[in-house]
Design a protein around this ligand. Structure first.
Ligand code: ZN
Length: 329
């Protein structure tokens, strides 16, 4: 049986860090943000901040792992990898998506299990999921890893993986939740850096929507295949958090999972920091929003996301807890 670990989160929630730590396990390899693969192959317009290289520093056509993955995929499926569209997103949401996402906290588990497929264009996503597993198979053949990590983050990609899961795969999900105020502050700085317009309302709603959708999907899997993790806990107590993930998913803990590393990585997408990490890079909690986020921004955030903020905090209390929370608010 092969294992696929999926990291689901809103943008700017630390998924690249978690992906990097987990994939330092000797039996694991990260494919990165698999949903970005077609973008990497076509190198379309994804904004100025995007880096199309594999973490090894080479383009996908020059990277030995990715060129062999493409060859294997094409041999197995008789389909050019370039023609496969991996970029699922908001266009695969059904009309009921928003209503079901909003209803997630109040729906009983059974109803969530029954209703969540109606939040998506299910057939289209299932077809995308079938291709995703064939790509993962081809990548796994090159890396010889038992466990593959896909940090595509989005609920649509997660739904595709759930709907198309072959019997040969165990799918395990980590729902990574970062405080929405920190996400907002980070997104605000990032857009300012590129001189792009920023909508606080839209960014807050996107954080709510992604987290609610992901939480709504958890009942489509067995409870033992799902864990909810706080980004703040991961940064403040990485060992405790990684150990709890290992325990939940029955992976033997390895101390290499506590250091960031670029060595031997052939993943795509994610934060540009992935090119700079070495074993000396410290995992620190970015708390700049505490002083940087204006009162007016905070008030708007609470007005839009207050209830979701409280509910997600409750949800992460059910997940792994650090022994203490020195800087938590
Ligand atoms: Zn590479």
């Amino acid at each position: 049986m092969n294992t696929l670990i999926y990291i689901a989160s809103a943008s700017r929630s630390g998924s690249t860090i978690l992906d990097n730590l987990l994939s330092n396990h000797p039996d694991a390899a990260s494919i990165g943000e698999l949903r970005q693969l077609s973008g990497h192959l076509r190198q379309g317009n994804a904004g100025r901040s995007w880096d199309w290289r594999c973490t090894c520093g080479l383009s996908l056509t020059d990277c030995p792992i990715w060129s062999a993955t493409a060859d294997t995929f094409e041999q197995n499926t008789k389909l050019p990898l370039r023609q496969v569209n991996t970029l699922t997103g908001r266009t695969e949401r059904a009309r009921l998506n928003f209503a079901l996402a909003c209803a997630t906290p109040i729906l009983p588990r059974k109803s969530r299990r029954r209703l969540m497929p109606y939040a998506y264009k299910a057939r289209k996503l299932e077809a995308a999921g079938v291709h995703a597993y064939r790509i993962i198979d081809a990548f796994r053949e090159q890396t010889n890893a038992k466990t593959i990590i896909d940090s595509s983050k989005t609920p649509e990609h997660l739904y595709a993986l759930i709907a198309a899961r072959p019997e040969t795969y165990t799918l395990r999900v980590i729902h990574l939740i970062r405080d929405g105020r920190a996400v907002l502050y980070s997104a605000m700085n990032r857009t300012a850096q590129y001189g792009a317009p920023f909508s606080l309302g839209r960014a807050t709603a996107a954080w709510c929507n992604t987290n609610l959708q992901v939480a709504g999907l958890r009942d489509l899997l067995a409870p033992s295949d799902w864990i909810t993790v706080r980004y703040e806990n991961l940064c403040q107590q990485p060992e405790n958090t990684i150990r709890q993930i290992c325990k939940a998913f029955q992976i033997p803990f390895d101390s290499r999972m506590l250091r960031l590393s670029r060595a031997g990585k052939h993943n795509i997408g994610g934060s540009p920091h992935r090119f700079n990490w070495s074993r000396d890079t410290k995992i620190t909690l970015d708390n700049r929003w505490h002083t940087g986020l204006k009162l007016s921004h905070r008030l708007s955030y609470y007005a839009i996301a207050g209830a979701v903020h409280v509910w997600l905090r409750h949800l992460t209390r059910l997940g792994p807890q650090p022994r203490k929370l020195p800087n938590s608010r």
